[in-house]
Write a protein that binds this ligand. Structure first.
Ligand SMILES: CC(C)(COP(=O)(O)OP(=O)(O)OC[C@H]1O[C@@H](n2cnc3c(N)ncnc32)[C@H](O)[C@@H]1OP(=O)(O)O)[C@@H](O)C(=O)NCCC(=O)NCCS
Length: 170
């Protein structure tokens, strides 16, 4: 477990499934993540979590409230390349947990963990070009813009740019 002032990064548990299921089925939230819900039940959410836990190149953390351990969202790393020492980040907070500085704290904690514990040198990510809150949060955490795929994803009835960002962990 990684403990911050306002957030914990920990392994998933059964009590987290209802929140994660509602997030996985939220069309607007998933569209922000460049994803499309298929209608997940708790078994499918559990399989999704186990898939991350079982993959050698992936990490999954539940973001939880230090006051009562309730889940607030999740953080994932995938496509980790331990030779080139980079990994792809994804983060998602429930709407009630957004805009309180938690994203900032998670990015700082996760970057330090990936650098100091796993020896990684870079975190990179893809973000929808019009996701201003996420882009601002990443910029504030030190991520730099490093590319853009124009009109790359068709989602929720429109074409969207995908912005690439990277953070060196030195
Ligand atoms: C993106 C996300 C992780 C950011 O975390 P957060 O805890 O809400 O962000 P913070 O409270 O740490 O805010 C970070 C900065 O973004 C700014 N911000 C928040 N909402 C904003 C908006 N709609 N437009 C512009 N900036 C915004 C904040 O003001 C803050 O900057 P400031 O301190 O200079 O004011 C979170 O909102 C989230 O999970 N959103 C839904 C899923 C998502 O989009 N994930 C990212 C996919 S790539």
């Amino acid at each position: 477990m990684i403990a911050g002032k306002n957030v914990l990064l920990r392994a998933w548990k059964e009590a987290d499934l209802p929140l994660l299921r509602s997030m996985r089925n939220d069309v607007v939230l998933q569209a922000q993540l460049l994803a499309r819900p298929r209608g997940s039940d708790e078994n499918q959410v559990r399989d999704w979590l186990k898939g991350f836990a079982g993959a050698n190149d992936s990490f999954m953390f539940i973001l939880a409230d230090p006051a009562d351990d309730t889940a607030l969202g999740f953080l994932q790393f995938k496509n980790t390349d331990f030779i080139s020492r980079n990994t792809e980040l994804g983060i998602c907070l429930a709407s009630t947990a957004q805009g309180r500085g938690i994203g900032q704290e998670v990015l700082a904690l996760a970057g330090a963990y990936m650098r100091d514990t796993w020896g990684l040198g870079k975190i990179w990510l893809k973000v929808r070009g019009d996701n201003a809150a996420a882009v601002r949060c990443y910029e504030k955490a030190g991520f730099k813009h490093c590319g853009k795929l124009s009109n790359h994803v068709f989602i929720s009835g429109a074409w969207h740019d995908v912005v690439l960002m990277e953070l060196f962990l030195s």
